[in-house]
Ligand binder design. Structure first.
Ligand code: NAP
Ligand code: HSE
Length: 427
């Protein structure tokens, strides 16, 4: 049996899941891989917290892991940019392999870390950084390696999907659903990263880099979260035959890429429409496989630990092989992000109930050449004189829609900020 000595940085949700999974499945892992996984040391901030680790393994001194001769693989589960980046670079400098679930760090500094790892001839495994327990990076980097990938559409943030599911199916308030997501350990330490779309954007960047063979560290693209969505929107979407999901979209347009993260209305028959709660799902279009959908638990202690261990085991099996696995990030230059795209739209415009309000709104849309397929006005119960105008707009350019919304936002008959949601139609 070949030992693999693991130094664990961080023992929170995922780190504890890793400790639990190693203990639970040690013998099955040994049977399958011939490896004996041993957790030698665990870095934490507060050694007094209760954890599923023998106290003598805990340390608050990173050097005990990063510079230790008896550690083969450093598993970084601290999260955030620093000190995670510094610790990983130091581990690589000591010619230790690294496994990380840290999408924020890889999205910001992946090219630096992969370059250093290549120089030192060590590996960086990062399957757990995108969609928790779903082996989507291996699917794209290895299983689909013979395909030209044209598009990826995914539900890649478990917290947003959980909140929208609970609001839609069980009429939970947003705040209650968020507290539950935090209790379940699926939200980030700073949940604004989930709610405002940055976590999904980091994952989309890594997926697109993998699928399209480009570096996107400097890419700027549309990123919206779910805070603006109210029960009213979920109900209206449902009455129109849609469900609201937070999606991430990447398309290879040839000379440019389309990347965007935002909530969207999906028709009931869309392959992502029935992805519920903390599940994630990614649809990949490749020229050979046509369409492939991969789904599962996108977050949580054990699903994410499963992905972390898949990398540790792969590294343990391949030892000091000079070439990284096929799913390591390629670095073949940059591609610009397309400035505009087209979509149908759902709009909810909070209004004062005064004569002529609908005419003012439709005139502003008409000036931007936007035509309407559905319009309804409702009054808000318990708020006399206030209502909502809800509109479905035909396919138009995002830039035209933005211009019209800017104009509508300035109308004195508006009583709040317009809600603009895209209707996503293609697979
Ligand atoms: P977490 O519960 O907040 O745990 C973080 C751990 O890191 C804690 O044990 C903390 O120590 C330790 N830590 C933080 N800063 C430290 C420092 N400066 N020095 C030493 N230790 C430090 O986070 P998590 O949910 O496990 O997430 C870890 C990583 O996995 C993040 O990159 C996250 O994005 C990623 N991820 C999470 C999930 C998920 O479902 N949670 C899924 C996929 C990927 P103390 O315990 O002493 O405070
Ligand atoms: N906070 C993340 C999510 C964890 O909700 O998807 C998994 O990356």
């Amino acid at each position: 049996m070949k030992p693999v000595q693991i130094g664990l940085l961080g023992c929170g949700t995922v780190g504890s899941g890793l400790v639990e999974l190693v203990a639970k499945n040690r013998s099955i892992i040994a049977d399958r891989s011939g490896l004996d996984l041993q957790i030698r040391r665990v870095l934490v901030r507060d050694p007094k917290k209760e954890r599923p680790v023998a106290p003598e393994l805990l340390t608050t001194d990173p050097a005990q892991i990063l510079d230790a001769k008896d550690i083969d693989v450093v598993v970084e589960l601290i999260g955030g940019l620093e000190p995670a980046r510094g610790h990983i670079l130091r581990a690589i400098g000591q010619r230790k392999h690294v496994v990380t679930a840290n999408k924020m760090l890889l999205a910001a500094s992946g090219s630096e870390l992969f370059r250093r790892a290549a120089e030192q001839r060590v590996r960086i495994g990062f399957e757990a950084s995108v969609c928790g327990g779903i082996p989507v990076l291996r699917a794209i980097g290895a299983g689909l390696v013979a395909n030209r990938i044209s598009a990826i559409v995914g539900i890649v943030n478990a917290t947003c999907n959980f909140i929208l599911t609970k609001m839609g199916e069980e009429h939970w308030h947003f705040a209650r659903a968020l507290v539950e997501a935090q209790r379940m350990g699926i939200a980030e330490a700073d949940p604004t990263l989930d709610l405002d779309g940055q976590d999904a954007a980091q994952k989309l960047q890594l997926l697109a880099e993998m699928a399209f063979g480009v570096t996107l560290e400097k890419a700027k693209f549309l990123v919206e979260g779910i805070r603006q969505i109210e029960d009213e929107d979920i109900l209206t979407a449902s009455q129109l035959g849609f469900v609201i999901k937070h999606i991430a979209v990447a398309r290879d347009l040839g000379p440019s890429l389309e990347l965007r993260v935002h909530p969207a209305l999906l028709g009931a028959t869309h392959p992502l429409a029935h992805v519920r709660a903390e599940a994630n799902s990614i649809l990949v279009r490749g020229d050979a496989v046509t369409e492939m959908v991969i789904s599962g638990r996108g977050a949580g202690a054990l699903p994410t630990a499963s992905a972390v261990l898949s990398d540790v085991i792969e590294i343990g099996r391949d030892g000091q092989a000079e070439h990284g696995p096929a799913w390591h990030l390629p670095t073949r230059g940059e591609k610009p992000i397309a400035a505009d795209f087209e979509s149908k739209y759902y709009l909810r415009l909070p209004i004062k109930d005064v004569p002529g309000v609908i005419g003012l709104i439709t005139t502003a849309l008409g000036k931007s050449d936007i035509s309407i397929s559905h319009l309804a006005a409702t009054l808000i119960e318990g708020k006399p004189g206030l209502g909502n105008v809800k509109i479905v707009a035909h396919r138009t350019k995002e830039s035209a829609l933005r211009k019209a919304i800017d104009e509508i936002s300035k109308l004195p008959v508006l009583s709040g900020r317009p809600v603009v949601l895209r209707i996503f139609e293609e697979n």
